[in-house]
Design a protein around this ligand. Sequence first.
Ligand SMILES: NC(=O)C1=CN([C@@H]2O[C@H](COP(=O)(O)OP(=O)(O)OC[C@H]3O[C@@H](n4cnc5c(N)ncnc54)[C@H](OP(=O)(O)O)[C@@H]3O)[C@@H](O)[C@H]2O)C=CC1
Ligand SMILES: O=C1O[C@H](COP(=O)(O)O)[C@@H](O)[C@H](O)[C@H]1O
Length: 581
Amino acid sequence: MAKLLSNPSSRSSSTTFSSFHNGNLHFSRKINFLPNKSHFSKWDPTRIIFRNQFELKSSNGYPLNAVSLQDEGSAANPLAEKMNFPESGTGNSTLSITVVGASGDLAKKKIFPALFALYYEDCLPENFVVFGYSRTKMNDEELRNMISRTLTCRIDKRENCDDKMSQFLKKCFYHSGQYNSEEHFLDLNSKLKEKEGGRLSNRLFYLSIPPNIFVDAVRCASTKASSTTGWTRVIVEKPFGRDSESSSELTRRLKEYLTEDQIFRIDHYLGKELVENLSVLRFSNLVFEPLWSRNYIRNVQFIFSEDFGTEGRGGYFDNYGIIRDIMQNHLLQILALFAMETPVSLDAEDIRNEKVKVLRSMRPLQLEDVIVGQYKGHSKGSKSYPGYTDDPTVPTNSITPTFAAAALFINNARWDGVPFLMKAGKALHTKRAEIRVQFRHVPGNLYKRNFGTDLDKATNELVLRVQPDEAIYLKINNKVPGLGMRLDRSDLNLLYKARYTREIPDAYERLLLDAVEGERRLFIRSDELDAAWALFTPLLKELEHKKIAPELYPYGSRGPVGAHYLAAKHNVRWGDLTGEE
Ligand SMILES: NC(=O)C1=CN([C@@H]2O[C@H](COP(=O)(O)OP(=O)(O)OC[C@H]3O[C@@H](n4cnc5c(N)ncnc54)[C@H](OP(=O)(O)O)[C@@H]3O)[C@@H](O)[C@H]2O)C=CC1
Ligand SMILES: O=C1O[C@H](COP(=O)(O)O)[C@@H](O)[C@H](O)[C@H]1O
């Protein structure tokens, strides 16, 4: 019987957060076993699948297994406890992953490639099947053709790439059906059973469909296609509602069919490498942790920009806008991780408890602390770029923001008075996501006169560049070499591509693997979601009620000037616009 596990012997040498995270998982050796190098994945030794030796247990000591959709949860599942089901593995168990909405953009772009990457890295168990489910009529071969167009092998490996792809594709199957048809899910169930070949089955459903059909799909999957022998989990994509009320309603409806433990609300920004590294940086470096408060930090900035518009997704976007699309989830999640108190441990519940405390300590956003913008058409040379409302799926009079900047505050002892600024926009001059921490001035700075009048420019700034070109750099002041005393600004720079040759896994890989392992740390708990909506709902309602017109900015520009005024009001200068980013 094969089980999932970490490599205990490698844990101490790894400095990644995932090593801590896996370090919290308890392992029970089934037999006396001396790890043999050939069992180790080359990708990440902390996330290896050892066959036949170990049983993975969750960080609270319970086996990560055995929740049927009809059951109350693993602890309440007598069958599960009696049988001591293995984690999805080899031997007598099978992992079945069904991508619901398989014909869609996200499935093609992210989910199937991530599943292949996990397979390529030996992170999936020996017995697994992938099913695509959607209304589009396709057969298995057509699905495989569709998937194969987006598969790539890691550029740092490429060993047996073609073989690996064809082996993976052989494990992929398709079933066409309606999302609200119990009968069609029953047919899926029969196909799943056939592929599972009588082995114990663990089933993961990934809902990659528009939110208005989430509940129908969950109802049908739960009543007709959940595992009767192993666990069943459901990954739910955002958006989780449009406001507090619709989000609570969605949670309530999902919980008619699923327990909270079975729901994996995904926020793919939590799976990004640099976001994972945030906690490592802070909690494992003495030079940072003591500085992490209002005593030393002047402001914190969370910046997201894309250099393309809503092309192709205008229909979805117009109903949500940038605040719901990026701020209320991705940026707020990073903020919560950044600002939380030290968790008791790295267990999912300990971390999520701390995150929710931060969210509850924040004051709901006020209209005067927010500015909104929308991109307009723009011509550059012979090239012209469309405005947001030029998109045929967007109403011509839409006032949906494609840009927003906001100042948020955390009313607790650590962060009292520190502005947390967020800025997110589409169709801007660059694509990037970063966290900027601007430190206070050095009191009684001996070198004050060497800095000129702009003292802000002389303060330290720590930047975590989430993408592109992942990096962590710290701006410091140093002396220019020579006989004089001229000061300079330099970067202590950890540029990932210079430091590591290994390709950085996509966020969806990490999150899919976590869902398979039953690790919930990077997924959103329902109380976190409630707290996040409570912060944004009053503002969103006011914007809509007062029909606040967005400030127009040209496609490809740096966004509305209002963002500068907002920052200036809080004595902040955006770190990405100083000319020395
Ligand atoms: N695309 C992205 O980059 C991101 C997407 N998401 C979220 O992931 C989910 C999937 O996104 P994405 O793949 O872009 O979505 P799509 O619009 O591509 O929809 C996925 C599939 O759902 C089916 N579908 C679409 N509209 C309807 C409808 N009105 N009624 C019934 N079925 C429909 C279609 O399959 P068929 O017709 O074959 O049944 C489609 O292929 C959404 O919740 C989205 O918000 C989140 C982050 C990023
Ligand atoms: O969730 C979303 O994220 C993407 C950006 O994700 P990234 O990983 O490419 O940075 C964004 O384009 C989309 O609008 C939003 O729904």
